[in-house]
Design a protein around this ligand. Structure first.
Ligand SMILES: Cc1cc2nc3c(=O)[nH]c(=O)nc-3n(C[C@H](O)[C@H](O)[C@H](O)COP(=O)(O)O)c2cc1C
Length: 214
């Protein structure tokens, strides 16, 4: 096997698009969620985002990183969240991945990605933002903290889970969710969608016992 070795200078000199594709693969397999929002004028918006992370469960906090508005491209998800303080996260399946990917196209503010990409808006209690009706796992979030990051101008958005909807067969006895029972996808880089099939689950690790399968 030949190993490719790249240092800081190689990365700095690389074509920007090639570097973006490369660096986006480094965190490994990532979550993929469609983020549903609406503007103060109730214009709905849907965008695929893969930078989600779990921040804590008491209170239940989830975060994501959003790119900033620039002169040439508006970020509707960011401005909607700052205007309305809420959003939805909607997981999707491999069969829905082409339409989910399409939400990343730069549609104008007046054109909803729900209609353009053939997803259905669903409005529910506990959340003032639209859910994706076709999504097996729907999460409503309320803005708790917004941190503009000095290092590169991106924005860390932290939300508290305010509503949660999923099929009962996906719930394990210990409270966790079996994501495979909902056929959810994972993302690599900025363009590859896969559905994990084989998996193994372990009990919480202890220093005095070997790993034990659940
Ligand atoms: C697989 C994938 C993952 C993405 N992840 C992010 C992300 O984590 N943060 C982000 O700001 N944009 C991300 N994008 C880009 C947005 O989807 C894209 O900029 C979209 O047009 C934003 O829509 P909006 O202007 O309606 O908010 C991703 C795109 C793809 C295809």
């Amino acid at each position: 096997m030949t190993v490719i070795s790249l240092g800081q200078v190689d990365l700095a000199e690389m074509d920007p698009e090639e570097r973006a594709r490369l660096i986006n693969c480094l965190p490994g397999y990532k979550p993929g969620m469609l983020v549903g929002t609406c503007g103060a004028d109730t214009q709905s918006n849907l965008a695929i985002i893969s930078s989600h992370f779990h921040l804590g469960s008491r209170p239940p906090l989830l975060g994501m990183i959003l790119r900033p508005n620039t002169g040439s491209s508006e970020r509707h998800t960011l401005s909607n969240i700052l205007a309305t303080q809420c959003w939805t996260l909607n997981a999707f399946t491999l069969g829905q991945s082409a339409r989910a990917h399409q939400t990343s196209a730069p549609y104008p503010r007046t054109q909803s990605e729900f209609a353009a990409c053939d997803f259905t808006e669903e409005w529910k209690p506990y959340c003032q933002a639209p859910f994706v009706r076709e999504s097996p796992l729907q999460v409503g979030c309320k803005l708790r903290q917004h941190l503009p990051l000095e290092i590169n101008g991106t924005h860390m958005i932290i939300g508290e889970v305010s509503a949660l909807f999923f099929p009962s067969h996906a719930r394990r006895e210990d409270g966790a969710l079996a994501l495979d029972r909902m056929d959810l996808v994972t993302i690599s880089g900025l363009d590859t969608y896969s559905q994990p099939e084989l998996g193994v689950a372990f009990r919480a690790a202890r220093i005095d016992t070997p790993p034990t399968e659940l």
